[in-house]
Ligand binder design. Structure first.
Ligand SMILES: Cc1cc2nc3c(=O)[nH]c(=O)nc-3n(C[C@H](O)[C@H](O)[C@H](O)COP(=O)(O)OP(=O)(O)OC[C@H]3O[C@@H](n4cnc5c(N)ncnc54)[C@H](O)[C@@H]3O)c2cc1C
Length: 461
């Protein structure tokens, strides 16, 4: 039987792969989507925190840096991390794009140049701006503290169609997959529109064999070892997935910058203990954020937030009675998260067995930004009336970026402005791995916009 050759093979179905595979399929191309994780939908998402952590995430919930001091979360299912994320959607500002242009030499990293792609993606998304009637007690404390300190704040913009808050729905559950199809994952907004798209799930791409005319994707899945062939391939496995795939494809010699520039917006969650129930886990558990230009300049961003009980217990790493006393107060905490705009000083590689190795420590600048954020949050809680301030003791990353940076210089970047791996014209990347540095802004919307740009360009070819 003649070998089937696809126009494009897309590896990974998250923020980038979901947009790309859908757009290219609708443009009439012969597309195959490969995804390491399983396919779930609103009726089949696991319903307990332990079950969804182990079934929807890589590493059974958490992966760790080589020194085990930082933890990372990324989705492993159809829809990728967009199934488990909080779906706050922001366009980048001039600051982020100017820093990207300076680091990469790429002209289209600007708000005017990217606006048509944000707009094109937004046609398929519901973006909701939270209103005061949706603010929870946790949000109100954040606002009270900010107002008292003179810090600027604003409502969050979230991808959601109808979360049925008035019927008493608690959005915290959708960190394990939205049961209402309200959260705007790429599964809901893109992939569900193309039920006839060829897709192989539970298949991990292990190696690319890049030829002049074709790209072979070798990997393993439910049917054992398999190889798929395409005229083109798009690596949409995210920062970690792409680093592993490209290292294991023997490309580090050709691409010296591969794995470099990893950054993650380290998240630190701080608690304020109140003498009345806050019930931060109820309703729209995240609805306001900092809008303070001083914080942007200082390199951090704040959001009101919370998490389900196992995660909250993990965030306060104490044992025995102390740990027990902490979790007993689950309903009495206000919680604010700081996301640090970290330096791209991390490095991703693989060990001799081809397993991911994450080298990432805080630089002096990262530490200083974290310390400033802590002091600001302490002020907010004090002014909001908290009786005790509990600093973050666990640092983790949800926005995994870099490792395959885009740029014009082949020595310091991995893909060019045409999204192709340097030295090839048939392997492309447009996901979070191409970020030249940390924008300090939620990345999901921009990953989709970049993938819209790549899909437009591939369809035009
Ligand atoms: C808890 C949480 C909350 C978040 N909240 C927000 C938020 O509010 N706003 C925001 O902007 N961002 C948020 N993010 C981050 C955002 O979701 C990610 O930055 C974004 O999804 C990354 O997109 P991606 O396409 O690069 O990778 P992903 O969405 O992670 O998709 C990669 C896909 O590729 C698959 N894959 C990887 N390797 C292989 C392989 N070798 N073979 C086959 N398949 C493979 C993975 O299983 C995955 O499905 C959050 C993340 C988390 C964890």
């Amino acid at each position: 039987m003649a070998e089937k050759i696809y126009d494009v093979i897309v590896v990974g179905s998250g923020a980038s792969g979901g947009v790309l595979a859908t757009n290219l399929h609708l443009a009439g191309m012969n597309v195959l989507l490969l995804e390491a994780g399983k396919k779930f939908d609103r009726k089949t998402f696991p319903r307990t925190e332990a079950d969804y952590s182990t079934q929807l995430f890589w590493g059974g919930g958490l992966e760790f840096s080589a020194d085990a001091r930082l933890a990372f979360m990324r989705g492993k299912c159809v829809g990728g991390t967009t199934i488990v994320n909080q779906c706050d959607l922001d366009r980048f500002d001039d600051v982020a794009f100017a820093d990207w242009r300076a680091a990469s030499g790429v002209d289209f990293f600007s708000l005017p140049a990217m606006t048509p792609y944000y707009d094109a993606v937004q046609k398929h998304l519901h973006i909701h701006e939270f209103t005061p009637d949706e603010f929870t007690e946790n949000a109100k404390q954040f606002i009270r503290g900010c107002d008292a300190m003179g810090y600027r704040w604003g409502p969050l913009h979230r991808g959601q169609s109808d979360c049925r808050l008035k019927e008493g729905n608690d959005c915290i559950g959708c960190l394990g997959g939205c049961q209402l199809d309200s959260k705007q994952s790429t599964w809901v907004c893109f992939l569900q529109r193309v039920p006839d798209l060829p897709m192989v799930t539970e298949f991990t791409a292990e190696k690319l064999e890049i030829g002049k005319e074709t790209v072979k994707v070798h990997g393993a899945g439910r049917e054992g070892k398999q190889t798929f062939t395409g005229k083109n391939a798009v690596c949409a496995g995210g920062a970690f997935g792409n680093a592993v795939l490209l290292h294991n494809s023997g490309l580090k010699n050709r691409l010296p910058a591969l794995g470099k520039g990893f950054c993650m917006h380290p998240q630190l969650m701080f608690f304020g203990l109140f003498d009345h129930p806050v019930n931060a886990h109820k309703g729209a558990f995240q609805s306001v954020c900092s809008h303070d230009p001083g914080f942007r300049a200082a390199g951090f961003k704040l959001e009101n937030v919370y998490a389900p009980p196992i995660s909250i217990a993990m965030l306060y790493a104490k044992m025995g009675r102390e740990g027990q006393a902490f979790i007993k107060n689950y309903a009495y905490y206000g919680c604010i998260e700081a996301a640090i705009r970290d330096e791209p000083a991390g490095e991703l590689s693989t060990d001799k067995k081809g397993r991911l190795v994450i080298k990432k420590t805080f630089t002096a600048q990262d530490e200083s930004r974290a310390a400033q954020a802590k002091s600001v949050i302490q002020n907010i809680f004090e002014k909001a009336g908290a009786k005790k301030f509990i600093p973050a003791s666990f640092r983790f990353g949800l926005h995994l970026m870099g490792g395959c940076a885009m740029g014009v210089d082949e020595k310091s970047s991995v893909v060019g402005p045409d999204f192709a791996l340097h030295g090839t014209n048939n392997v492309f990347i447009s996901d979070s791995s191409i970020f030249p540095n940390a924008p300090g802004i939620n990345p999901y919307f921009t990953i989709m916009a970049l993938s819209q740009k790549l899909s437009d360009e591939l369809s035009a070819r």
